[in-house]
Design a protein around this ligand. Structure first.
Ligand SMILES: Cc1ncc(COP(=O)(O)O)c(C=O)c1O
Length: 391
């Protein structure tokens, strides 16, 4: 028996939702179904909202301090969901994973240094590097039939030349890969070999599909030295639809690397504590109820992915789908239609009335590709996809 209702329609138009509110700016029209930015059209779980309400019953919202339950809930979650025994001291607050990426670039590299990414990749990876006048080094993923692989020969050649930092996306957004242990072992090995700090963005860790289990990069590294070279970024925000609460965790086991990061967050920016409501929400999320909710959510997302793939295969076989292993953001290839990317974007928005994420924002590999956000009630998703008949 399912406990949670992901079919419920929640009206988000006319609220403060970014996904619904800025379609005009993004697509040039708001007369479309937004299947873009990565938040979900499902309710944030009741037990999280209740935890916030409970905290609000106390009439003071002054400076606050971490309580034991906050850290315990993170340790419990990492242990039970990811088999990882994290130590309390390793955990540092960040208001988001994108801020944490920027902070890592700031803390561990200098202007003019090389920072490596695996394109196509979540676009703020590029901004974190470029906006701080570091050089982007590309290690493009290789498309093999219906999935993507890492080009290790190219990776090693690039690392050899003195890359300071690698920003890894594990699981990978936008191509939906849940990287395997041996792949991550090799990445961790090469980074340590060539003295490149490895930052592993694992925000989608909890959102793996059936038959796939997230592998924390830290656990896949073989030696203590390799493990010490890895910084992991995790958060309840994507998993529990609470991005508006700006609460994430950065996990840095190595004392020296942690000291450098803490210098920025504590001394330079004075942002060691976040929003108290976010902290209570995190504690409620990383719990047994949270685990039960996420398991139902993953089943629902998987059903949406399968339903979408069947629908596309039957009705729009020219659209290529990929093997999807993690995230609620599958990748689609429209090249068989033969449109220019610009015309494709225009047709999708104005004729089909669908607002997909433009594949090109993730890198030039995104030509004729789109990223779809399937975290919405299934009937809404299928209704939106019907618009593809106008392609
Ligand atoms: C790989 C990845 N990192 C980070 C984020 C966003 O992180 P935050 O909202 O915590 O800054 C996203 C959102 O989609 C993402 O896909």
């Amino acid at each position: 028996m399912k406990k949670y209702d992901f079919d419920e329609l929640i009206e988000r138009r006319g609220t403060d939702s970014l996904k619904y509110g800025i379609c005009d700016e993004i697509f040039g029209t708001s007369d479309l179904m937004p299947l873009w930015v990565a938040d979900m059209d499902f309710k944030t779980p009741d037990f999280i909202v209740e935890a916030i309400e409970k905290r609000l019953k106390h009439p003071v919202l002054g400076y606050w301090n971490y309580w034991e339950g906050y850290h315990d809930s993170i340790l419990w979650w990492m242990n039970t969901r990811h088999d990882w025994s994290v130590e309390k001291d390793w955990i540092i607050f960040s208001p988001g994973i994108v801020p944490a990426l920027g902070l890592c670039v700031m803390a561990y590299s200098e202007k003019g240094d090389d920072v490596l990414v695996q394109s196509p990749v979540y676009h703020p990876f590029y901004y974190a590097i470029e906006s701080q006048e570091r050089n982007i080094v590309y290690n493009p993923l290789i498309e093999k039939e219906d999935r993507f692989e890492i080009d290790f020969e190219d990776l090693e050649n690039k690392l050899k030349k003195g890359v300071k930092l690698m920003l890894l996306c594990n699981p990978h957004n936008p191509v939906g890969r849940c990287w395997e242990k041996d792949v991550l072992k090799k990445v961790a090995f090469l980074c340590k070999k060539y003295n490149c700090i490895l930052v592993s963005d694992e925000i989608h860790a909890d959102l793996t599909m059936p038959f796939f289990k997230h592998n924390p990069t830290h656990l896949c590294a073989e030696t203590d030295e390799e493990k010490a070279n890895i910084i992991t970024l995790m958060a309840p925000s994507k998993t529990f639809n609470m991005a508006g609460l700006a609460t994430s965790e950065v996990i840095i086991p190595d004392f020296e690397l942690r000291k450098m990061f803490i210098h920025l967050t504590h001394n330079v920016l004075h942002m060691f504590n976040g929003n108290v409501l976010g902290a209570y929400a995190l504690e409620a999320a990383y719990s047994e109820r949270g685990a039960e909710w996420v398991d139902e959510l993953r089943d629902y997302i998987w059903d949406n992915i399968c339903s979408m793939n069947v629908f596309l295969k039957e009705n729009f076989p020219k659209i290529k789908t990929y093997k999807h292993e993690a995230t609620y953001l599958p990748w689609l290839d429209f090249s068989a239609y033969g449109y220019s990317h610009k015309d494709l974007m225009h047709k999708l928005a104005y004729d089909c009335k669908i607002g997909f994420n433009d594949g090109m924002i993730f890198g030039k590999e995104g030509d004729n590709k789109m990223r779809v956000n399937v975290a919405l009630p299934k009937r809404q998703l299928l209704l939106a996809l019907e618009g593809l008949k106008y392609l």
